[in-house]
Design a protein around this ligand. Structure first.
Ligand code: AMP
Length: 439
């Protein structure tokens, strides 16, 4: 069975569409025929009282599409692949079914959540703590860049839920400080990203150390072939749930492209910021060096209102930057893709792709940092494109199934006009005389 849920913006409720696969044939079932209820509430998803209380305390009123589709299936201990991007409430979608099934009388690790970056792991751990605020569930976050000693002490206390990055988990397993024999639930969050950044061998090592009899939940933005392979190898007849259709960024995010010559990009960015007056903005650079260069240029004028984030920064510095950005003291964050992903901050009004992303999925992730579920405001995303990058823009447009309108700067010519026959200068009398070939 393959389910698809879209979000009906006009009614602010999921629009239910289910694709039921019968002998390999996909049938489109209308909302009235779909198994999923038309107006799901958190109560109708089968959650217990303490979960409902935690959801109420968190201030969530209606389940998001991924929650409405994912929770009722995962709660039955079924393996599930959920296709959804960050910012759509997917953490709650996979944490709630686990909290429902975990045995809180046993102080042993029962659930393992793997995420690609430290920031994302910490965000997930915080969300899990928030959602288990009405139960004695204990969560620990195991990521690199943090003192390993205190993490080992935390493990010794017997947490129910472990969240972490594959690298640090492998390290702890090697030191024999972490044993996964008691794990009953595994979540691979942003699995596509973990595979992208080369975590595949670590993920496999970790999965092999978990008991075979377990529930596995996998979340990804795309159904890439590698995801398919992992799921076939490590999951038991998973059900697929896709909410990526209705969740196209277009709904809460206005997207544009801006044509700029490579040597005019900085000027274009300065004028764009002047014109847009963002509340908070992330400027994405493709490389660490590029991010550092931009940061230097802006820090002369903007001082502490600007910061940069990339994988080479020490963890302490990354934490500081994130804290200041979250508090709103840092207004402009210049980031690379690795750290840009998963950031959930409601004040981000603008995303600027100073460098067009290399992969279309990175576009979705970058743009998804604005127009978040946790934010009321609409976001804007503007992607810089040089004339040579037209193909890359087309690929993105195909991926999001939408043509992006062009953005114009009022006081700056970001791209020199292409010389046409009418504006090519007439040669003066000093022109070089043509040479003739004399036979
Ligand atoms: P996530 O996709 O899990 O990173 O969630 C994005 C943001 O949406 C987080 O700040 C969540 O606390 C928030 N959120 C999750 N579910 C809901 C909901 N049903 N209603 C409103 N906000 C939500």
């Amino acid at each position: 069975m393959f389910q698809q849920l879209a979000w009906d913006e006009s009614k602010n409720q999921p629009l239910c569409l289910a694709l039921t696969s019968i002998s390999g044939i996909d049938l489109l079932v209308s909302s009235s025929e779909a198994e999923t209820t038309d107006h799901p509430t958190f109560e109708s998803l089968g959650l217990n009282r303490s979960s409902l209380q935690a959801i109420e305390s968190a201030g969530f009123e209606t389940p998001s599409p991924i929650q409405a589709a994912f929770i009722p299936v995962a709660i039955k201990n079924q393996d599930v692949i959920g296709l959804a991007r960050t910012g759509t409430g997917k953490t709650t979608a996979f944490v709630m079914p686990i909290l429902e099934q975990i045995d809180l009388s046993k102080n042993i690790p029962q659930a393992l959540i793997l995420a690609p970056t430290r920031e994302l792991s910490e965000q997930v751990a915080k969300e899990a703590e928030k959602l288990s605020s009405h139960s004695p569930c204990h969560t620990v976050c195991l990521v690199g860049g943090r003192p390993i000693r205190s993490q080992i002490n935390e493990i010794k206390k017997g947490p129910h839920l472990i969240v972490g990055t594959p690298g640090r988990l492998i390290d702890l397993i090697r030191r024999r400080e972490l044993n996964l024999k008691t794990i009953k639930f595994v979540v691979l969050d942003e699995a596509d990203r973990m595979l992208d950044i080369g975590f595949r061998p670590d993920i496999e090592k970790i999965l092999r150390r978990c008991p075979k009899k377990r529930q596995t939940l996998l979340l990804s933005a795309t159904m890439a072939p590698e995801i398919e392979q992992i799921s076939q190898k490590y999951m038991q007849s998973p059900e697929k749930i896709d909410v990526t259709q209705g969740d196209a960024p277009a709904q809460q995010i206005e997207q544009f492209y801006l044509t700029a010559d490579p040597d005019r990009k900085f000027g274009a960015l300065v004028h764009l910021l002047k014109q847009e007056r963002p509340q908070q903005v992330i400027v994405f650079s493709r490389t660490k060096i590029g991010a550092d260069k931009l940061f230097k240029k802006f820090s002369q004028k903007l001082g502490k209102q600007v910061a940069s984030m990339h994988g080479d920064l020490p963890q302490g510095k990354r934490d500081q930057v994130m804290k200041k950005f979250r508090q709103g003291n840092v207004r402009m964050l210049i980031a690379t893709d690795v750290v840009g992903r998963g950031i959930d901050i409601s004040g981000i009004s603008h995303i600027i792709n100073y460098d067009i992303p290399e992969f279309c999925d990175d576009y979705l992730h970058r743009v998804g940092r604005t127009g978040r579920l946790s934010s009321d405001a609409q976001g804007r995303a503007i992607t810089f494109v040089t004339r040579e990058q037209g193909d890359q823009l087309t690929n993105i447009e195909m991926r999001i199934n939408q043509l992006l309108p062009e953005y114009f700067l009022e006081e700056y010519e970001a791209a020199r006009p292409i010389k046409s026959a009418s504006n090519v200068e007439e040669p003066t009398e000093n022109y070089e005389a043509p040479e003739f070939v004399i036979p």
